[in-house]
Ligand binder design. Structure first.
Ligand SMILES: [Zn+2]
Length: 486
């Protein structure tokens, strides 16, 4: 028994402690699946595993609560396996070593797995305790949320009985998530016949680097610089005022990250080189620092002579491509009308590669409204199609559109106010959550996501605020007690 099994409320901490002893890194869930099914059998709880490896458990209503709406309690069984460089931990075989550190519970050398072990421990605590008042319940413990969302992506349509879904995978007590963004990949492509460098021209390499980048959903509203969009302004200036020609463009490397780095090679007449380099290193660097200096502390822009490239993009195609990058929407497109501080729809022009007769643009569009996502895709596609590019879409996943009138959100706001004498914040996540996929299989469910306070998840510094766990557990129990009758 470790120190955390003596924390209060015992029901949830004891079960979380049990769970830390069972290896469950994403992709290796056999042990935790067996653990959950054995545990349920031992407690006399009706449980099974579905074809996607998700574990489902059922518990009838407490007497007097039979006519409450059916509730699904949900979390994921896998955890992110991250450890410190010196840790000998083997995530497939070793238990997590927990410890109390001031106000927090942490793990030694590894992720703690409170994301989302706290949800599993909550479900176990409620299912084993016959003194808790609640309506009919099912527990839905999903697989591989952290990698591919395999469990929810492969669940059966209508598999769940719940009319209300309580997703227990949020990271801040005092905040409820009531919606999340769907996403889609947009890829534009064009082939061209390279032309030779003009006689007497010389080459200049322009590099923009040191940008913050970040998550293309969660950090898209922070005003960070997009290296590709910034570079388009400089290339346009070069073409218009310095007779520059585009040879290659290389910006960004991951579709879901704001691009931090971009470099282009241009050629231009010898007599324009000095002035162009001065303009980039002087005026353009100053302009970008003026616009982004508050947030981009390490922005670095340089132009300097480089080796002649082997060929160029033909002039007309080069102009079309640079116009397309300039015209294409990037960043937030709209905020949520009833929650105007939260991004609804956004795009990230993540990757641009132009070289060797091929141009690729890769964009990721997100929205908590599927129709607004379509509008954003149409907007960007229009710019790229006008440049003669071929545009394709893939990897779409649905939005969980927040409802301003969700009854479960209204009830939980009220419960929170009564329990803690303060308001529970409502948030919408501008990234994908399991809730949206579950909703696509079980339309009409009333969905909310919440949880205890967790910091630095997915890192060896993951920590769980002890005080928030009891409050969160009280919040779950009081909500279950007050679930509306049919
Ligand atoms: Zn999680």
């Amino acid at each position: 028994m470790s120190a955390i099994s003596h924390l209060q409320p015992a029901a949830i901490w004891h079960n979380f402690d049990l769970l830390t002893q069972v290896p469950r890194p994403s992709g290796h869930l056999e042990k935790v699946q067996k653990f959950l099914l054995d545990w349920a059998a031992e407690k006399g709880i009706d449980a099974h595993m579905d074809e996607a490896g998700n574990v489902l458990m059922y518990k009838p209503a407490t007497p007097g609560y039979e006519d409450c709406k059916y509730v699904t309690l949900q979390g994921h069984m896998d955890m992110v396996p991250q450890k410190t460089p010196d840790s000998p931990h083997n995530f497939e075989t070793d238990p997590i070593v927990t410890r109390i550190d001031g106000e927090w519970v942490k793990a030694t050398g590894t992720t703690l797995g409170a994301d989302d072990g706290m949800a599993v421990a909550t479900i176990m605590a409620i299912f084993e305790d016959d003194s808790i008042p609640h309506g009919p319940l099912e527990g839905f413990i999903t697989t591989d949320e952290e990698t591919t969302m395999y469990g929810v992506n492969h669940m059966a349509d209508g598999e769940l009985k719940g009319e209300i879904l309580l997703n227990l995978d949020n990271e801040t007590h005092g905040e409820m998530v009531t919606g999340s963004a769907g996403g889609i990949n947009l890829t534009a492509e064009l082939e061209y016949k390279p032309v030779s460098v003009e006689e007497g021209d010389v080459a200049v390499k322009v590099v923009l680097t040191g940008l913050r980048g970040g998550h293309s959903g969660l950090e898209i509203n922070e005003g960070r610089a997009n290296a590709n969009k910034c570079m388009a302004r400089i290339v346009m200036d070069g073409i218009t005022n310095f007779e520059a020609r585009l040879a290659t463009w290389n910006g960004g490397n991951m579709r879901n990250a704001i691009p931090r780095h971009c470099e282009v090679v241009l050629t231009l007449p010898q007599e324009n080189v000095a002035e162009f380099c001065e303009t980039v290193n002087g005026e353009w660097a100053d302009t970008l620092r003026d616009e982004f200096g508050y947030i981009e502390h390490d922005l670095k822009l340089t132009a300097e002579a480089t080796d002649l490239p082997k060929d160029l993009v033909p002039e007309e195609i080069q102009d079309n491509l640079v116009n397309a990058v300039t015209a294409c929407h990037n960043g937030p497109l709209r905020f949520i009308p009833h929650l105007p501080s939260i991004v609804e729809t956004s795009a990230n022009l993540a990757i641009i590669e132009i070289a060797d007769g091929k141009a690729f643009f890769k964009d990721l569009v997100r929205s908590s409204s599927d129709s607004m996502r379509q509008l954003c895709c149409d907007t960007i596609e229009s710019a790229f199609v006008m440049a003669g590019m071929k545009v394709e879409f893939d990897g779409a996943y649905p939005a969980w559109q927040p409802s301003p009138e969700s009854p479960i959100v209204e009830l939980m706001k009220q419960v929170y106010r009564e329990l803690f004498n303060e308001e529970n914040k409502v948030n919408v996540c501008h990234a994908g959550l399991e809730c949206s996929v579950i909703l696509s299989h079980c339309p009409g469910m009333d969905v909310v996501s919440f949880g205890p306070t967790l910091r630095s998840p997915h890192t060896p510094d993951e920590r769980l605020l002890i005080d928030s766990v009891g409050k969160y557990y009280d919040f779950v129990l009081e909500t279950l007690k007050r679930i509306p009758r049919k």
